[in-house]
Design a protein around this ligand. Sequence first.
Ligand code: NAI
Length: 462
Amino acid sequence: MAADYIVKDIALAGFGRKELTIAETEMPGLMSSREEFGASQPLKGARIVGSLHMTIQTGVLIETLVALGADVRWASCNIFSTQDHAAAAIAEAGVPVFAIKGQSLEEHWDYLDRSFQFPEGANMILDDGGDATLYVLLGARAEAGEEIIPVPQSEEEEVIKKQIAKRMAASPGWFTKTKAAIKGVSEETTTGVHRLYDLHKKGQLPFPAINVNDSVTKSKFDNKYGCKESLVDGIRRATDTMMAGKVAVVCGYGDVGKGSAASLRGAGARVKVTEVDPICALQAAMDGFEVTLLEDEVASADIFITTTGNRDVIRIEHLREMKDMAIVGNIGHFDNEIQVAALRNHKWTNIKEQVDMIEMPSGNRIILLSEGRLLNLGNATGHPSFVMSASFTNQVLAQIELWTKGENYAPGVYILPKELDEKVARLHLKKIGVKLTELRQDQAEYIGVTVAGPFKPEHYRY
Ligand code: NAI
C-alpha cells in the first residue's frame, strides 16, 4: 500500500525529530497538557483535520493531540510555510501529513482534501485561516446545487472549484456527509475568525466554532510578540539587507502591526505606520511612530510591510512609484494585501526560493518576498516555539471543549473562558522564571475578584 502521506523527503525525519525535541522544551503549555490529559484521553474518537502551517511547532501540537487520544490528518494552510523536516518527522511517526514547502495551489487544495480522508470520516476541524471549513461548506453548497459563495482569495477560486468538482465526482454526497459529521472547528487566526463570524451572520455556519485567536494568550502574544521576532527574521533571511537606518512602512497597527513595527524598530529601522482606524493610529503615534499615508512614503521608503488582513492595500499604482530595490512583503494571512497579480506581466527574476526581483516599467526593481504570502513563514520559520505554545495550548483546550461538550453549543462562534486564558498564561511563567504575586483575601475582595482569578472583567482589553 502506498504511504499515507506526501512530504518532500522522508529522510529529513531525523533532523525534524531533533528539532521537535528541542521545541518540546520551549512549549510548556503543550507538554503540561500531555501530562494533565494524557491518561484520561479526552480526544479519544476525535478525527481531527488540521489545516495549519506544518512547522516544527505544529508538530508538537499534532503529537499533543495524538497523546490525548485523537486521530489526526494534516495539511498546511499556506503553500510556502511548510518545514519539510517537520512534515517528514510527523509522517514517520505515523500521522498522515500532506505538505511540501513550495507546493502549487492545485496541490494545496488536493492536500487539504486528502487530510479529510479518514477511513471513518473526519469529525473535527482545526483551522488556520478557514480553508478547511470553507472547503466543506463550499462543497456542500455545490452538492445542494447552490451557488458557491465567492472566496476572499479570488485567484484561487477556480482552483477550489476544480478540487470540489473532483471530490464530487469521486464520492457523490461526500461534502454533505462530512459537513453533518463535523462537531466543531477551532480557528487560529484573525482572518479565519472574520470568515466564521461572517458565515454565522449569514446563517451558514452549521457547527460551533471556537475563536482561538481572541484568547488573550493568543492574539496579544502570537500576533504581537511572535511577529516582533519573526518579521525581521524573514526579511533578513530573504535579503540580508541592512535594516538600521532604512525607512520602513508598516501598513496596519493592529496586533500584528504592533509586533511588526516593534520588530523593525528593534532592528534600527526608522518606522512609519499607516492606519484607517483612529484608535490604532493614535496608539501608533503615542508609541512614537509617524503615522502617515502610504502615498506620501511610497517613492522614498525602503521597506513596505502589510499587516492588515485587508485586500489591495499596496496596489499597482504604489508598486510603480517605488524606488529601485524597495523591499515589499506581507505578514497578513492571505496574499491579497499586495496586488501581486498585477505584477505577473512584468519581468520577474527569481533570486532564490520565495525571493523575486521584479522590474517595473520605470526600470526600477522591487524585491518581493514570498510572492506576497506571509513572509515570516515563507522566508523564515514563523514564530518561535515558546509563543506558539500559548497559541496551541488554546487550540488543544478548544478541541477538548468542542469534542467533549460540543452538544452544549449551538452553531456560533465562541471564545474560551477567561479561566482557561489565565491558565494558559500561568503554564508559561515558570519556564521564563516569572514570580507571580498572590493576592491577599482582603485585596481580592477590595477589587472584586477571587484569589484564584479570573483577575479581570470580560470587558478588560489588556
Ligand atoms: P487586526 O484587526 O488586529 O489588525 C489589522 C489592522 O489593519 C487594523 O487595525 C485595521 O484598522 C488596519 N487596516 C485595515 N485596512 C487597512 C488599510 N487599508 N490601511 C491601513 N491599515 C488598515 O488583525 P491582526 O490580528 O493584527 O491580524 C492581521 C493579519 O495578520 C490577519 O490576516 C491575521 O490572520 C494575520 N496574522 C498573521 C500572523 C503571522 O504569523 N504571519 C500571525 C497572526 C495573525
